[in-house]
Design a protein around this ligand. Structure first.
Ligand SMILES: NC(=O)c1ccc[n+]([C@@H]2O[C@H](COP(=O)([O-])OP(=O)(O)OC[C@H]3O[C@@H](n4cnc5c(N)ncnc54)[C@H](OP(=O)(O)O)[C@@H]3O)[C@@H](O)[C@H]2O)c1
Length: 275
């Protein structure tokens, strides 16, 4: 299957590395429907993965004061790509984020694909705006991931982030093991799966458990201080409270897609990370 990936960033590149000859990884900046249609005409893909977006540099707080760039990259761009794909009848898998959910769900259980988000930050509002619109279209899938954990080192990899922070908040979250995400994305693209998908490993994990595995398998001499969520903002380490949540997927199973439980996948990832 010929897959066109738009967005040559961290996760687009990780997918491309795994999918070999099937994939065209485009680093072309696209702004208009015509730009995207030109890419489709050039590469004739059977499916498109939108891995382009604005995540903020050095971190997501950047988006709080760069609202227009954030909306441009995370709301307008996905709609533009979707318009071109609809016009040319090409399946689109769009990368969303689970950070559109803050805290506990209204029903008390893990957040499912049926739940409406309650985004707070500019980045999460812009991402959610795209989800709301794209979810109305045929031939489109939305894959929401959270806090990528990867055996390859990268500044956006949660292992790298936690290892370099001197002060950490011990929050509990659903997370995405990148190796599993790549396999799930490929299946979604192959099946041209439509609707919203929570691409997070079953279960949840505390930052402390990640650090414990890091110290067990990677660096026994690692040390950090533990602080409260309120302190994170108070001492200026974040501008806004981060989203913390636990998610689950009802929709992956409908396509026969499973992911490894988080503890099993994390331990395996940490061992590979060490190597
Ligand atoms: N990393 C995470 O923690 C995380 C978590 C949940 C969801 N996601 C989502 O996953 C997707 C990929 O994230 P990532 O971590 O791979 O981010 P990334 O490394 O910043 O990659 C995004 C890429 O998109 C490119 N881009 C921006 N505007 C574009 C445009 N108009 N046309 C073509 N390319 C454009 C960027 O180019 P420039 O670098 O030149 O701007 C960058 O190469 C995003 O949608 C993000 O919201 C990421």
């Amino acid at each position: 299957m010929k897959i066109l990936i738009i967005g040559k960033g961290y996760l687009g590149t990780r997918c491309a590395e795994s999918w070999g000859d099937e994939v065209i990884l485009s680093d072309k900046i696209v702004k208009t429907v015509e730009d995207v249609e030109a890419l489709l005409a050039e590469h004739q893909p059977e499916a498109v993965l939108n891995a382009a977006g604005i995540v903020g540099k050095p971190n997501v707080d950047w988006c709080e004061t760069h609202q227009l760039e954030t909306i441009e990259g995370n709301t307008i761009l996905p709609i533009t790509i979707a318009q071109a794909c609809q016009n040319k009848n090409v399946y689109l898998l769009h990368m969303g984020t689970g950070c559109i959910f803050y805290g506990s769900s209204p029903h008390g259980g893990p957040w499912t694909e049926d739940d409406y988000g309650n985004p707070v930050a500019v980045y999460t509002r812009a991402k959610y705006a795209a989800d709301l619109i794209l979810a109305t279209l045929p031939n489109v899938g939305i894959a929401r991931i959270r806090m990528p954990i990867d055996y390859k080192s990268h500044p956006a990899n949660l292992i790298d982030k936690l290892a370099r922070y001197p002060k950490i908040v011990d929050v509990e979250n659903s997370v995405t093991i990148v190796e599993d995400m790549i396999a799930v994305f490929h299946q979604l693209l192959e099946k041209k799966a439509t609707g919203i998908f929570h691409v997070t490993n079953p279960g949840s994990i505390k930052h402390q458990e990640i650090i414990e595995l890091y110290e067990k398998y990677v660096d026994a001499s690692h040390h950090n201080e533990w602080i409260s969520e309120e302190d994170l903002v108070k001492i200026g380490l974040a501008d806004k409270k981060r989203s913390n949540n636990i998610m689950t997927s009802k929709n992956l199973a409908k396509y026969g897609i499973t992911m490894r439980p988080i503890l099993e996948a994390l331990e395996d990832t940490m061992k590979k990370y060490k190597k």
